[in-house]
Ligand binder design. Structure first.
Ligand code: AHM
Ligand code: MG
Length: 331
């Protein structure tokens, strides 16, 4: 019989080894409890008839699925109970949700259920989150943090029960749910690194959009696509999960050449604080990089608003550097 190390045991040792606070564990315990509940609702959602749309449009102008609302309420409930969070920024709400302004230590940016188009099919979606810490040295101004200032970021792949967690300056780890729904880290699993060997690298982007990308990006795709396998499931959590294991590049470029110009998205589609930064931070800790449409590092973008969007190119450094050069030549 083989028994693995539980997530909490792993984290207790990790915090001790790096002389980091146990408060962070209280927060992570809340986050992973929320993830388990989201997963439970997701798996049984059809039986409860909650896999459809609410008929409401969210702050992003997108249709809200009932599961989005359920997942959001679950996460906010456990974050509030943890007492560790000053405020949370969620994809589902226009304003930051104040949780514990006085006693909280962290800021949370999250998308409770990313990959909405997969919901009604029960295909992979993600609960994605990023954690920043209040200023412990001086007065806290509550500003939005750059990705480079994050202390942790993670993705729960739902409903598959896999959890990827990046911890500032210490790496990326992947946990799996065992028979008792406990997240465990397999004994033999090391810190996760994006593979350097190009054999197995994959490209991932919405191919139906390719003629809407800038000329430089289209050229780059034409020159490189035959060299790599192509995979796209339309859920950042799922596509990025593959990228971390196999290497390559995931991209969601700016849409600038749409035949119906009102459908252009010069700022890209993905949200900086709780989608792009999560992927970029995990990538950094796994040896990868992430840039925006100007070729700037995603993690260095100074956030100007809660729900701002960005183009995203993330993955193996040689590929991201190659497209970064092209983006800079053309801009
Ligand atoms: P969502 O927040 O509405 O779910 O949108 C984000 C998702 C990402 O998970 C995914 O990478 C992308 O949107 C897919 O978009 P598209 O359907 O345009 O390919
Ligand atoms: Mg989303």
């Amino acid at each position: 019989m083989r028994l693995e190390q539980s997530f909490i045991d792993f984290m207790l040792h990790h915090q001790e080894k790096h002389k980091r606070s146990y408060k962070f564990l209280v927060l992570l315990e809340a986050i992973q409890t929320a993830a388990k509940y989201i997963q439970y609702f997701y798996q049984t959602g059809s039986l409860k008839n909650v896999m459809g749309e609410t008929g409401i449009t969210n702050v992003q102008g997108e249709s809200v699925m009932e599961m989005d609302d359920i997942a959001n309420a679950i996460v906010l409930h456990y974050l509030r109970r943890s007492n560790q969070v000053i405020y949370a920024v969620t994809e589902e709400e226009a304003d930051p949700v104040i949780l514990n302004e006085e006693g909280g230590r962290y800021f949370l940016y999250f998308d409770p259920l990313d990959g909405s188009s997969n919901i009604k099919h029960h295909l992979p979606v993600g609960f994605m989150f990023a954690v920043a810490k209040r200023n412990l040295e001086g007065p806290e101004d509550g500003r939005l943090r750059r990705g480079a200032e994050l202390r942790a970021a993670g993705i729960f792949l739902i409903p598959t029960g896999v959890f990827t967690l990046a911890l500032a300056d210490t790496g990326v780890y992947r946990f799996h749910q065992d028979e008792t729904m406990t997240y465990v880290i397999p004994d033999n699993s090391e810190q996760l690194m994006i593979p350097e060997n190009p054999k197995g690298w994959e490209l991932s982007f919405n191919a139906a959009n390719r003629r809407t990308f800038s000329a430089g990006v289209q050229e780059w795709i034409e020159e490189h696509e035959s060299l790599y396998a192509f995979r796209y499931m339309g859920s950042l959590a799922g596509d990025f999960h593959r990228l971390l294991s196999n290497g390559g590049m995931f991209m969601y470029p700016a849409i600038v050449n749409h035949p119906q110009p009102e459908k252009n998205r010069p700022q890209g589609k993905l949200r900086l604080l709780y989608e792009a930064n999560v992927a970029a931070f995990i990538a950094r800790e796994a040896g990868g990089i992430a840039v925006d449409e100007e070729g700037n590092d995603i993690l260095e973008i100074e956030p100007a608003s809660l729900h701002q969007r960005t183009a995203l190119y993330v993955g193996s450094p040689p590929l991201v550097e190659s497209i970064r050069n092209r983006l800079r030549e053309k801009n």
